[in-house]
Design a protein around this ligand. Structure first.
Ligand code: IPM
Ligand code: MG
Length: 362
């Protein structure tokens, strides 16, 4: 049976950036390089508008029957005042949780052509290649109890729970050790074990697992120090393993080392092989619909989809090479523009990637 790819453009810049990745997918299908069927669905604010829910049953059903999901971004000021339980972001968290997409891989790779686009000094970031392995379906994002309650004295109190079971820690740690094994063999586990029991256990379990991976050099770092080290000397890192919330924060930080958050793709994987692919950045409502958003994070996410969900390593590499060529040719969206480059729009970057891909596929 032909594999299905579910496309969920979402809100804000989501539809325009996902359209570029979809263009690339259609091109690969047309060229006979890929045999997949594309489906579309609603998630986030646009899904609330249509159905009242940020993750309609129909979307979830389609997702369960897909080999992979390509997602844009969710949220925007239009939905700031909707009930907390049905906020657009809840749709994203729900699909991650429902499909058990616990392993979030966020590579922070600096294309050498973009070294001028980073706000950090050239020698600090050039050659940067980090993989953040973020736990995605547990921790404080999902821990119970949670909520806002009224106290006896009439004031309100907000509360969340940071909780990690041994099995949750083991399965994400395994992904990180395996990833480090395939890369430069260095793993840094980031926690706050000096204060938080949940991450004290995290550290203990990661240490236990290290015995199975003798070739991997393991190190632990507290989140505050890791944030500092990422800015001070980012090239000391190979693979970073961390919790849901710390990973959320560190991946935005790491994106700035690569020039722009518009360059960071991600893969969220389940144990059964299902994968959802999305850019690390948000819906950027302030620039939505203006054809200026950078679609490369989403196109790079497509390349991760080809690699991890379809086993198309060669095509994934070609697509990465095509992006490399586009950057070498000097094409830039605003976020990665530097003097002397050619500033073009979202749609045009998509066209250039296809042109470059055409030259690579012959
Ligand atoms: C991310 C985003 C999400 C998260 C939001 C939109 C819920 O920031 O994917 O990094 O916090 O996980
Ligand atoms: Mg985030």
């Amino acid at each position: 049976m032909t594999k299905k790819i579910l496309i969920l453009p979402g809100d804000g810049v989501g539809p325009e950036i996902v359209a570029q990745a979809e263009k690339v997918l259609l091109f690969l299908i047309e060229q006979g390089k890929l045999s997949v069927k594309l489906e579309h669905g609603l998630i986030g604010g646009c899904a609330i508008d249509e159905t009242g829910s940020p993750l309609p049953d129909e979307t979830l059903k389609k997702a369960r029957h897909s080999a992979a999901i390509l997602m844009g971004s969710v949220g925007g000021p239009k939905w700031d005042n909707v009930d907390r339980a049905i906020r657009p972001e809840r749709g994203l968290l729900a699909i991650r949780s429902e499909l058990a997409l616990f392993a979030n891989l966020r590579p922070a790779y600096l294309f050498p052509q973009l070294v001028e686009a980073s706000t950090l000094k050239k020698d600090v970031v050039s050659g940067l290649d980090i993989m953040i392995v973020r736990e995605l379906t547990g921790g404080i994002y999902f821990g119970m109890p949670r909520g806002i309650r009224e106290l006896d004295d009439g004031q309100r109190e907000g509360f969340n729970t940071l909780v990690y079971s041994e099995n949750e820690i083991k399965r994400i740690a395994r992904v990180a050790f395996e990833t480090a094994n395939k890369r430069r063999g260095r793993l840094c586990s980031v926690d706050k074990a000096n204060v938080l029991e949940a991450t004290e256990l995290w550290r203990e379990i990661v240490n236990d697992m290290a015995k199975e991976y003798e070739a991997v050099e393991l190190q632990h770092m507290y989140i505050d120090n890791a944030s500092m080290q990422l800015v001070k000397e980012p090239k000391q890192f190979d693979v970073i393993l961390t919790t849901n919330m710390f990973g959320d924060i560190l991946s935005d930080l790491a994106s700035m080392l690569t020039g722009s958050i518009g360059m960071l793709p991600s893969a969220s994987l389940a144990e059964n092989g299902t994968g959802m692919y999305e850019p690390v950045h948000g819906s950027a409502p302030d620039i939505a619909g203006k054809n200026i958003a950078n679609p490369l994070a989403t196109i790079l996410s497509l390349s991760m989809l080809l690699r991890f969900s379809l086993g198309e390593e060669k095509l994934a590499k070609k697509l990465e090479q095509a992006i490399d060529l586009v950057l070498t040719d000097g094409f830039r969206t605003k976020d990665i523009y530097s003097k002397g480059m050619k500033s073009i729009g979202t749609n045009e970057i998509g066209d250039e990637v296809i042109k470059a891909l055409t030259s690579l596929l012959v």
